[in-house]
Design a protein around this ligand. Structure first.
Ligand SMILES: [Zn+2]
Length: 368
């Protein structure tokens, strides 16, 4: 492991994203859903531009950035948090919405679960450039298990810094151990796979923390505004292709045969279960739910009959929320075949444009 003291990170205060406490027919208990997210990554020294800076009266032309992950937003990856644009304890993303956390100086792009991460999700260079620094060798392990002290000074985990010239630099954090494909000094092209999404550093869910800086100042690629520089203050996105703002995220539903403990909500889903399983449970998760949102959860058997349902009403805004519904399996067991889980969202997030508002998943129940 290479420890790079000039690449120390400033840990941000953890956001309290405690889920509401409710009970299902199974008396499914819910633990606190605290998700620590990585904060600003502060260089203790200046970031040297690879090329001479432009004259003061001619600001450098921002690179037209590609997306940092080989995925389709809304389909197999989601923006968990945007850059915090407000100084002090207040928070706002670039639209003046609340899809961030105090002190969050990057964009978090998440995948659905650890199974997806283990299969490999490429992190891409967002513009041509030269690799300035990197760190590998940090274990892919949730900070909830590893503890804050174990990653002190290495909150970024395995990371990569690429210079794009004219003072523009991009940084990629929480990369999978051993996945970095480049060396310091290597030239990279836009869209080149440079690593994979991982679980290293200050994170408890698989994602990449992506940052752009100009001459050391963090820039929000969604509108070109500055970290802590106020919302709606940018002059145009740095993305080459427009990316639509999402007011919230519903992550893929997952079936299981029991309520999983808090530290398992990012585990890979099972693909099939036995008809004599002890219970049938559906888990729903989302980023940035709003007070007043209603989640209607339902499970249907292979014949289309309702097995169980429940409506959850959010009592507060949450950065991350998860909940279960389910039933114990009695008597003759579950009907073999394809079962369906459904989540329908209504309320403030839906009115704000969260889409889709209805998601489904299926599980194959095989004969015992
Ligand atoms: Zn982050």
């Amino acid at each position: 492991m290479v420890y790079l003291p000039w690449w120390a990170l400033q840990p941000c205060p953890f956001g309290n994203s405690v889920s509401d406490m409710t009970k299902t027919r199974l008396t499914l208990s819910l633990s606190r859903a605290l998700i620590p997210f990585l904060s600003a990554l502060a260089f203790s020294g200046p970031v040297a531009p690879a090329h001479a800076a432009a004259p003061a009266d001619a600001p450098p032309v921002a690179p037209k950035l590609g997306f940092p992950v080989a995925c389709t937003l809304g389909k197999d990856c989601w923006i968990a948090r945007y850059v915090d644009r407000t100084k002090g304890p207040e928070i706002s993303d670039y639209t003046c919405g609340k899809r961030t956390q105090d002190g969050h100086a990057g964009t978090d792009i998440a995948v659905a679960d650890m199974g997806r991460m283990r299969k490999g999700v490429a992190v891409l260079a967002t513009a041509p450039g030269t690799v300035l620094r990197l760190r590998d060798g940090v274990k892919d392990e949730s900070v909830k298990e590893r503890g804050q002290a174990a990653i002190k000074g290495r909150e970024c985990g395995n990371g990569l810094v690429i210079s794009h010239g004219d003072g523009y630099v991009s940084q990629y954090c929480h990369l999978k151990a051993g996945s970095i494909k480049v060396k310091v000094g290597d030239k990279v092209t836009k869209g080149e796979p440079v690593a994979e999404i991982g679980l290293s550093g200050e994170t408890e869910y698989p994602h990449v923390h992506y940052m752009v800086r100009l001459n050391g100042q963090v820039i929000d690629p969604f509108d070109g505004g500055l970290y802590n520089g106020g919302c709606k203050s940018g002059h145009g996105a740095l993305w080459a292709k427009p990316i639509t703002y999402e007011p919230g995220v519903l992550l893929p539903l997952q079936f299981s045969t029991k309520v999983r403990p808090r530290d398992s909500v990012w585990d890979a889903p099972v693909k099939e279960i036995s008809a004599n399983s002890p219970a049938l449970v559906l888990m729903a998760r989302g980023f940035h739910v709003r007070k007043g949102d209603r989640w209607h959860l339902a499970i249907f058997d292979p014949l289309g009959h309702l097995y169980t349902e429940r409506e959850l009403v959010m009592r507060a805004d949450k950065q991350f929320y998860y909940q279960y519904i389910g039933r114990k399996v009695r008597g003759g067991g579950l009907i073999p075949g394809l079962w369906t889980g459904v989540l329908m969202l209504t309320g403030p997030s839906a009115r704000a444009g969260l889409a889709p508002t209805k998601i489904k998943t299926h599980i194959l129940v095989r004969k015992r």
